[in-house]
Design a protein. Sequence first.
Length: 212
Amino acid sequence: MNIIFLGAPGAGKGTQAAIVSEKLGIPTISTGNLLRAAAKAGTKAGLEAKSYMDTGALVPDGTVVAVLKERIAEPDCANGFILDGFPRNIAQARVLEEMGVNIDLVLSIEVPDEEIMERMSGRRVCLKCGATFHVKNAPSAAGDKCDKCGEPLTIRADDKPETVADRLKVYHEQTESLKDFYGDKGVLALIHGSGIEGTTKLIMAAIEGSAQ
């Protein structure tokens, strides 16, 4: 089953994609993670992507597609996959169709902008071990340091309040129209984002309904 997760930045797409991936036994493809890895590796495409991500802007379609094509061709995607962070606009959705990728279900996690601002601006990450915390929902026992390795915690550039506001604006202007695009194809399910467990239950019910 090929699934797309939609939703504003911070809506919980990554968390839910990981849960569904384990339940269905199919890989999650996060273009954000793929692009960040390319940026860390210092490739030409990665450095280009980083310049956009640091300001909250969308990475150009050509850069994303170049990375994604290689990933979908890997053997573990043969029985299906989950896309998290792609497509981000109708042009990218059409690229998927041109690639011959059939999408069985599109899950859009709906969360108010105000809640997303609180979620993302409170997020803290450890650059050494990769652990993620939240000052309100999942604080580190070591305060402003990582309770796993002791390194100082930091705010990712794209989690800063001003950047989050810009990312939400971009989402509403460029990505939200995908709901109509996939709704017209009859594969869209709107999921109310109400806590991790509650959201997972709604998602699994939508998947089961789609598979029937």
